[in-house]
Ligand binder design. Sequence first.
Ligand code: ASP
Length: 313
Amino acid sequence: MGDIASSMPVMVASENGRRGMLAAMALLREGGSALDAVELACRIVEDDPDDHSVGYSGLPNALGEVELDASIMEGTMLRAGAVAAVQGYGRAITLARRVMEETPHVLVVARGAERLAAELGETPQEQRTEESLRRWRERFAERELTPGDAEPLRSVARALTRPINLQDKLHKAGRVDTLGTVNFIARDRRGALASAVSTSGLGWKYPGRVGDSPLIGAGNYCDDRYGAAACTGMGELAIRVATARSLVLYLKFGMSLAAAGREALRDLLTLDAPDGQYMNIVALTPAGEVAGFTTVPGKRYLYQRGDGRASPG
Ligand code: ASP
């Protein structure tokens, strides 16, 4: 794809981002900022009770608690905000933005993030739903375990997540396309970029486990000069090779988007990833080129332009 007129908004998202992208594109067309657009898009997916990988009704950890991770970054000043392992508050992306705008920090976790949410007047909300707890109980039954067993929790979490629940949850739900962390990257009419990532993380994880999504550089990175990238998949992989920042750095060094994505995949493929662990990346350049990259075949992504051109990738 060649350069897209710099005044035309462009968005790229992971495949579960359709509803969020439609609303956010309307905002971009009206001249809204990329930062507002990616936050709005994420919030829509976070609030969706049918998406069990993000926000409200996300998959619980090994103790049956929903812990949310999110990050947001703007590419003009390279400001970023993130929260991790937050319980009892939805809209983790808004909290991440408030970390960026209202604290001197980039990442605030767990009790601190919950305290901050309360201090900022965010509304507490139970994130578990009957459906997410049903899935949690079923997982124990499938693995012939019982919640509260005397076994060390690390063994329980290992058994629950083995071989890799990101794959299994896709198979079991039979709806590969609606599951996974949500990623949005936008370019607004002024040419500014912003990126947002939100997730309930790896289902059945050990409490306090943090994936790539709230880690700037691993699951999310954005720089108006070179481009932006965001990830879904097994966060431990993207953390180890700093996938999002690497892709943007490859762009900085002059690679095409296709070559930069291939190089980021090559980094991931050098890891000793157990079978079933995968990683997907979406990316957007300042010129408005979009692309998706994946270590497994068959993954898709979404993009939409201000002139109405839209596509699954
Ligand atoms: N990347 C997320 C994590 O590892 C999970 C996902 O994308 O589904 O927490």
